[in-house]
Design a protein around this ligand. Structure first.
Ligand SMILES: [Fe+2]
Length: 250
C-alpha cells in the first residue's frame, strides 16, 4: 500500500467515525425528546409566572344594574370591568417576578407609598384597593341617615349633627380638584372628612377609612356629565351602605 492509499483510508476512517458519532448523538437527542413532558395543559394551571394573576378585584356585592337609576348599569360596567380591571392588570404586570407578588394588596400599598421608584405600583395597587372599598360603600336602597347607634353618635360628636357631616362631605367631594376620592376616616375616637388626589388612599397614611366616594370622572360622567354635585347628592341620599360603614368603626 502506497502512501496515498493509506492516507485515503485514514481519511475514510475519520469520516466514518464522525458519522457514527453524529448518528449516536441523533439517537440520544431523539430519546431525550421522547422523555420530555408533553404540552402544558390548557386549563391555565401551567401559565408562565409573568401571566399569573397575583391580584384580583373583589366581586361586586350586587348586580351591575342594582344601583339604577342613580348609577346606571353602563357606568358600573365600564367602571368595574374596564377601569377597575385595568388597574388589576397593570398591577399584576408590574409585580410579576418581584417580592411584591407575594404580598397582600394592603401590604403592597403601604410598602410602596411615598417611594418614587414604586410610583406606578403604588398607583395601581391603591386604585385596586380604593375601588374594592368603594363598591362596598354602596347598596340598593341605601343613603340617608344611618340608624341610631355607635356610628351616628360618633358622627354627631365629630361634626355636631348628621346634617353638618353630610354638608361637609358634599362640599369636600364637589370641590376636590381633578381626580380623587372623598373619605370619612377614623383617627382614634374622632371622625374626619379627607380628600385624596388621584390614587392616594388613607391606608397609606395610617387612617382607617369608613366611607368613600369616587369622584374621578369615570365614576359619573356617562350619567351626570359635568354635574358632579348631583352624583354626590345621589350617593349620599340613595346609595351609602351605612351598615358597611358602621362595620368599619374600630
Ligand atoms: Fe374609579
Amino acid at each position: 500500500m502506497d502512501g496515498k492509499k493509506r492516507e485515503s483510508e485514514r481519511h475514510n476512517h475519520r469520516n466514518m467515525s464522525r458519522s457514527g458519532r453524529l448518528i449516536a448523538q441523533a439517537v440520544l437527542f431523539t430519546a431525550a425528546l421522547l422523555l420530555l413532558p408533553g404540552p402544558a395543559p390548557m386549563d391555565g394551571a401551567a401559565q408562565p409566572a409573568a401571566e399569573k394573576p397575583y391580584f384580583r378585584k373583589q366581586p361586586l356585592p350586587y348586580p351591575e344594574n342594582a344601583l339604577e337609576p342613580y348609577i346606571s348599569a353602563r357606568t358600573l360596567s365600564f367602571h368595574y370591568e374596564k377601569h377597575h380591571q385595568g388597574y388589576v392588570n397593570n398591577l399584576n404586570k408590574l409585580v410579576a417576578g418581584t417580592p411584591l407578588a407575594g404580598r397582600s394588596l394592603e401590604e403592597v400599598v403601604r410598602e410602596t407609598a411615598g417611594r418614587p421608584d414604586k410610583t406606578a405600583v403604588f398607583n395601581n395597587a391603591a386604585q385596586v384597593w380604593n375601588h374594592d372599598f368603594f363598591w362596598q360603600c354602596m347598596k340598593k336602597g341605601g343613603g340617608g341617615k344611618p340608624a341610631p347607634g355607635k356610628l351616628l353618635r360618633m358622627i354627631e360628636t365629630s361634626f355636631g349633627s348628621f346634617e353638618r357631616f353630610a354638608n361637609a362631605f358634599r362640599t369636600a367631594a364637589a370641590s376636590l380638584f381633578g381626580s380623587g376620592y372623598t373619605w370619612l376616616v377614623q383617627e382614634g375616637d374622632a371622625l374626619k372628612i379627607v380628600q385624596t388626589s388621584n390614587a392616594d388612599t388613607p391606608i397609606a397614611h395610617g387612617q382607617t377609612p369608613l366611607l368613600t366616594c369616587d369622584v374621578w370622572e369615570h365614576s359619573y360622567y356617562l350619567d351626570y356629565q359635568n354635574r358632579r354635585p348631583d352624583f354626590i347628592g345621589a350617593f349620599l341620599d340613595h346609595l351609602v351602605n351605612w351598615e358597611f360603614v358602621e362595620s368599619r368603626v374600630r
